[in-house]
Ligand binder design. Structure first.
Ligand SMILES: NC(=O)c1ccc[n+]([C@@H]2O[C@H](COP(=O)([O-])OP(=O)(O)OC[C@H]3O[C@@H](n4cnc5c(N)ncnc54)[C@H](O)[C@@H]3O)[C@@H](O)[C@H]2O)c1
Length: 254
């Protein structure tokens, strides 16, 4: 079946949301290219357990030569992806007066330059192959202010506008570009942020669905954009248990 031969390239696939996306897209019939700065052996094993073929390459998405190299290697050794999901990302939590230029540059390099480079090189191939779908993993921090997260929020806002702009620019090549904005989800990144403190309690009280996100929740929205969303581009879907919708939450005991 031609459907089963499609390739999805997923960055940040070594763990967390990227791994969840890789597993979900495998269920949708894709072979998966696993890209991360760390080994993706564990994800590859989970895919092999499902009988799904994968390929991996150590890649630093913030580095132009690394991104250019991985696309040539992928093309030669595995094939051209018709879906690209940019999930690699890093987080920093510092008051603005303690945010160094190094921190700012590093966050922007991974979270904004990374998707730019991946979209540029990925869409070059998709264009030659008749089209494809790109999904950038954003955050509700792309559209809300979170204290002490100036660099992170700015990087996700940049990725949101990159998403919209490329949707317009690449539509003529049959390439859709959409974003999925997770709310706080149970991964290494989410866990580091939340802990058990008052921020977690505050955030959960403003999450009507009353729990943290799981990789499978986020991956479902990604699969929609890759597979079913034939006439949707330039959109961002926030998968956040209702956090973004909340003005006044229902308070316990009221
Ligand atoms: N977990 C959350 O609560 C949450 C909420 C909103 C948005 N997000 C976003 O979702 C995405 C995935 O986050 P996660 O929770 O899975 O985090 P995570 O830290 O568990 O995983 C991130 C992955 O990205 C990889 N990575 C980091 N820098 C890289 C680089 N330069 N090149 C290649 N790979 C790199 C890491 O090695 C890791 O495997 C990120 O873009 C993050 O900003 C996460």
């Amino acid at each position: 079946m031609a459907e089963e031969k499609r390739i999805a390239a997923v960055t940040g696939a070594g763990q967390g949301l990227g791994r969840g996306v890789a597993l979900r897209l495998a269920d949708a019939g894709y072979r998966i290219a696993l890209l991360d700065r760390q080994s993706c052996d564990e994800t590859a094993k989970l895919l092999a357990d499902k009988g799904v073929d994968s390929w991996q390459h150590v890649t630093d998405v913030s580095d132009e030569s690394s991104v250019v190299t991985v696309f040539s290697a992928m093309e030669n050794e595995f094939g051209v992806p018709s879906a690209l999901v940019n999930a690699a990302g890093i987080f920093a939590d510092h008051p603005v007066h303690e945010t160094s230029v190094d921190t700012w540059d590093r966050i922007m390099a991974v979270n904004a330059r990374g998707p730019f480079l991946m979209c540029r090189e990925g869409s070059r191939r998709m264009k030659e192959n008749g089209g494809g779908s790109i999904v950038n993993i954003l955050s509700n921090a792309a559209v809300q202010g979170f204290a002490n997260e100036s660099a992170y929020c700015a990087s996700k806002g940049a990725a949101l506008l990159l998403t919209r702009t490329l949707a317009v620019e690449l539509a003529g090549h049959n390439i859709t570009v959409n974003g999925v904005g997770p709310g706080t989800s149970e991964t290494a990144m989410g866990g580091d942020y939340l802990g058990e403190g008052p921020i977690a309690a505050h955030e959960l009280s403003r999450t009507p669905l009353g729990r943290w996100g799981q990789p499978a929740d986020i991956a479902e929205a990604v699969a929609f954009f890759c597979n079913q969303a034939t006439w949707v581009t330039g959109q961002a879907l926030y998968v956040d248990g209702g956090f973004l919708a909340t003005g006044l939450p229902t308070l316990k005991g009221m």
